[in-house]
Ligand binder design. Structure first.
Ligand SMILES: C[S@@+](CC[C@H](N)C(=O)[O-])C[C@H]1O[C@@H](n2cnc3c(N)ncnc32)[C@H](O)[C@@H]1O
Length: 284
């Protein structure tokens, strides 16, 4: 079992390296696919004019910029991430949109001192910490009295066909994956509400409220079946599974993936069900 330090080092290498660059290249597509999730997170978090918001694992800033618009010129938003390439893209988008109330910071929120805030938010950015209880304890230190938290994160793989269908399709061509360790750092680390409750309450937050968010995601982003195949092979678990495989194995796996997604194609869209938690809490 890797230590928290080893996990953090691996995550930094991935997100600050090849993984981060791939996310930048695929960001426009990803943002279109996830735009209903951003809308749902905004409605759930209900940011108010003038508030100070921190967005953890902000990546290229899709939801960060929406929070900045929502709090208006009298508010401010800090986007924190460990990925230099993704933050550079976020900065570029901020200038292009003429938004002045966002500050981007390359830092690990698990250990860095944050500026005081009224609302902590994250879209899929808090599940990669090596020691998540220590990370949430550190983040709570800068919370204003009664500061709110509003997160969105994935439920289990089995509840997320947008990811499970591609994985099952390629599995027949590939060596078996190691059995997943429950609650291990990664995209599904916050799937179990009991575990999340333990982490947050131990870190000084009130027992969280969980709301199910079930959305059919257009994994083609309106760009057709081929684009859905490319996105599914370039981002996420299928990508890491295909890495270092012989060309003929990759070709066969991609062909099976295309075949598996075809029944979901509807014009230029490819809709598959997804399942998330919206999680809220207050600093205790
Ligand atoms: C799945 S991406 C989500 C990005 C963005 N929130 C979005 O919805 O497009 C996960 C993000 O978490 C960041 N991340 C991973 N580990 C982190 C850590 N320890 N501290 C801060 N950010 C981290 C990654 O660099 C990446 O930007």
């Amino acid at each position: 079992m890797a230590t928290p330090e080893e996990i953090n080092a691996d995550m930094l290498a991935f997100w600050n390296g090849k993984g981060g660059h791939t996310w930048v290249a695929r960001q426009e597509h990803t943002d279109i696919t996830l735009s209903p999730v951003t809308d749902a997170l905004l409605a759930f978090a209900a940011p108010r004019a003038g508030e100070r918001v921190v967005d953890i694992g902000c990546g290229c800033g899709a939801s960060t910029l929406e929070f900045a618009r929502a709090v208006g010129p009298s508010g401010r938003v800090a986007g924190l991430d460990i990925s230099g390439p993704m933050l550079a893209e976020a900065e570029r988008r901020t200038s292009a949109a003429g938004i002045g109330n966002v500050a981007w910071r390359q830092a690990d929120p698990a250990i860095a001192a944050l500026d005081d805030y009224d609302l902590l938010t994250s879209a899929f950015g808090v599940t990669f910490f090596g020691d998540r209880e220590a990370a949430f304890t550190n983040m709570r230190r800068s919370a204003a009295p009664d500061a709110r938290m509003a997160l969105v994160s994935w439920r289990t793989l089995a509840e997320n066909p947008w990811m499970e269908v591609p994985m099952t399709a390629v599995a027949q061509h590939l060596p078996p994956r190691p059995k997943p360790v429950s609650n291990a750092p990664g995209m599904f680390a916050f799937a179990d509400p009991e575990h999340v409750t333990e982490v947050l309450t131990a870190a000084g937050w009130t027992p969280p409220r969980f709301e199910k968010l079930d959305i059919d995601l257009d994994i083609a982003a309106g760009r057709g079946l081929e684009e859905a195949v490319v996105q599914s092979t370039e981002i996420g678990a299928v990508n890491s599974w295909l890495r270092n495989q012989p060309t003929e194995v990759v070709s066969a796996a991609v062909a099976s993936l295309r075949e598996a997604l075809e029944p979901y194609a509807d014009g230029m869209s490819v809709h598959l069900p997804s399942a998330m938690w919206l999680i809220s809490s207050v600093s205790a």
